[in-house]
Design a protein around this ligand. Structure first.
Ligand code: ITT
Length: 192
């Protein structure tokens, strides 16, 4: 089956393709990078729906979108839905350095955070959604060169390294995106 992934983020596209190929080799993912709709929603779900509906309207094919980000407990869940533009730019290094500066006086035991990924799937008469949450904490400094975005400052719960120090296959077997896409693959497998 073919499914359209509405994203302009090539890292997300590569991760989703690897995760879905593993979950169900019959799924073929086509990336839709058409005009980006304004993400005017106030939640991950609203923004994911805006992006997935735009792709479905443009392509007429079953489409999904991923709205994701990092939520820090001590900051009341920020950057959250604003993760991609937290510093006012879309530059990953600038965004994560700002986050590190904002947390510089916060000790390790109060740096809890979680990556959140909400996937919205849109077809002619269905709009299910799926959410994955990857708990962990914010490191004191950047480490690692893998992944993207906030991976170099995120230490997954139970590990001693950042997500950017994990092999891609390891990240893709435990991440927020893995958890959400796994649910979507199960939904697709059970769909008539
Ligand atoms: P699309 O909307 O086109 O898919 P985007 O990058 O603008 O791409 P979002 O609005 O969902 O996507 O913002 C997600 C941001 O959250 C992303 O740019 C990263 O800064 C961060 N993020 C999400 N998942 C991540 C991951 O697995 N590792 C590191 N950072 C991540």
């Amino acid at each position: 089956m073919e499914i359209v992934f509405a994203t302009g983020n090539k890292h997300k596209a590569a991760e989703a393709e690897a995760i879905l190929r593993h979950a169900n080799p019959d799924i073929r993912v086509l990336t839709y990078g058409g005009p980006e709709p304004v993400e005017s929603g106030t939640s991950f779900l609203e923004n994911a729906l805006i992006k997935a509906r735009a792709a479905f309207e443009a392509t007429g094919k079953l489409s999904f979108a991923d709205d994701s980000g990092i939520a820090c407990e001590v900051m009341g869940g920020a950057p959250g839905i604003f993760s991609a533009i937290w510093s006012g730019t879309r530059d990953d290094a600038t965004n994560r350095n700002l986050l590190l500066r904002q947390l510089e006086d916060i000790p390790a035991e109060h740096r809890s955070a979680a990556f959140v990924c909400t996937i919205a799937l849109v077809g002619p008469d269905e709009e299910p959604s799926f959410t994955g949450i990857w708990p962990g904490s914010i490191a004191m400094q950047v480490a690692g060169s893998g992944g993207f975005g906030y991976d170099p400052v995120f230490i997954p719960q139970g590990l001693m390294v950042t997500a950017a120090e994990l092999d891609a296959e390891v990240k893709n077997s435990m991440s927020h995106r893995f958890m959400a896409l796994q649910q979507m693959a199960e939904y697709l497998a059970e769909r008539p």
